[in-house]
Design a protein around this ligand. Structure first.
Ligand SMILES: [Fe+2]
Length: 293
């Protein structure tokens, strides 16, 4: 699809329900207002947006993130970029060149939505590929718009009335929680958990989306535990259907931006131990509570 702004920027679908590539943008250069408008328009319709062949510096990544909101540093301190702490690495390699076992085997392997446990959750996440394996290492995305649309009518009506409590790594189906917080982080109050509606309305697209994930969603508020587990289990069964997914197989220079208010994601694994998988990340936050219906 060519956007009707005369810029030559266009999108092509990467999957039937999710995933699109945006052509015609060069993020190594300052992004003018028309280009940014085109990116916003494409992103509104495609909550996983891929821009390939980019030659970006950390400053380029910060520039596009800053345009869309506030870039918040990641909670795992050891992965923060030393010169640009608002950026962090997703990597299977330690700074000394040895393998990072957490990054290789555990990190983000369960389905999740970034930062739902925060009072001010992440809104948009960017990953920029610096090193990519020849096989494996995909990031898998699932459309929570499609999940909402496909819920059985009774469950959909019930979900509209419910809220969930989110706590970092304490999701009912989390198998690989993130590393512990520091004492200062625990004392900050930022990680005490947060309650959000189970169904949210995206502020830009107007579409309804499921806002819960196996990693960080502890329980449905106000119902017995067994009922909470049954509700979330039924929702996850729909949300993880293969036809609602797009799997991104990384190439160096890929920038992927995705919307936390419309998708969940996980690391697909399978990176060979002798190959590097390194990405630079920026996370833009918003106050989702204000956005929710
Ligand atoms: Fe994530």
């Amino acid at each position: 699809m060519t956007l009707a702004d005369g810029s030559g920027i266009r999108t092509t679908k990467l999957g039937p329900m999710l995933g699109a590539e945006l052509h015609g943008v060069d993020l190594s250069r300052p992004i003018d207002a028309a280009t940014m408008d085109a990116i916003r328009a494409a992103f509104r319709d495609n909550p996983v947006l891929v821009m390939r062949g980019q030659d970006m510096t950390p400053s380029n990544l910060i520039a596009i993130g800053d345009t869309l909101g506030f870039i918040e540093p990641h909670s795992i301190l050891q992965y923060r970029h030393p010169a640009h702490p608002q950026l962090s690495y997703v990597t299977n390699v330690k700074p000394d060149g040895t393998i990072d076992e957490y990054g290789q085997n555990k990190r983000a392997i369960d389905w999740h939505i970034d930062g739902t446990f925060k009072t001010r959750p992440d809104c948009i996440t960017f990953l920029y590929s610096i090193a990519a394996p020849s096989v494996g290492g995909a990031t898998q995305f699932a459309s929570m718009y499609a999940a909402y649309d496909a819920l059985p009518p009774d469950l959909k009506a019930r979900a509209e009335t419910l809220s969930c409590f989110h706590m970092r790594g304490e999701g009912w189906k989390c198998t690989a929680p993130p590393p512990p917080l520091t004492d200062a982080q625990k004392a900050s109050g930022e990680f005490d958990g947060s309650v959000h509606p189970l169904v949210i309305v995206h502020p830009d697209s107007g579409r309804r989306s499921i806002y819960a994930s196996p990693t960080h969603t502890s329980h449905v508020v106000g119902v017995e535990r067994a009922e909470s587990d049954a509700i979330l289990d039924a929702i996850y069964e729909v949300a993880t259907r293969p036809e609602f997914q797009y799997h991104h197989h990384w190439k160096v220079g890929d920038l992927v931006m995705w919307d936390q208010r419309a998708t969940m994601h996980r690391a697909g694994g399978g990176t060979p131990r002798d190959q590097k998988r390194v990405m630079l990340r920026a996370m833009v936050v918003s106050n989702l509570r204000a956005d929710a219906a």
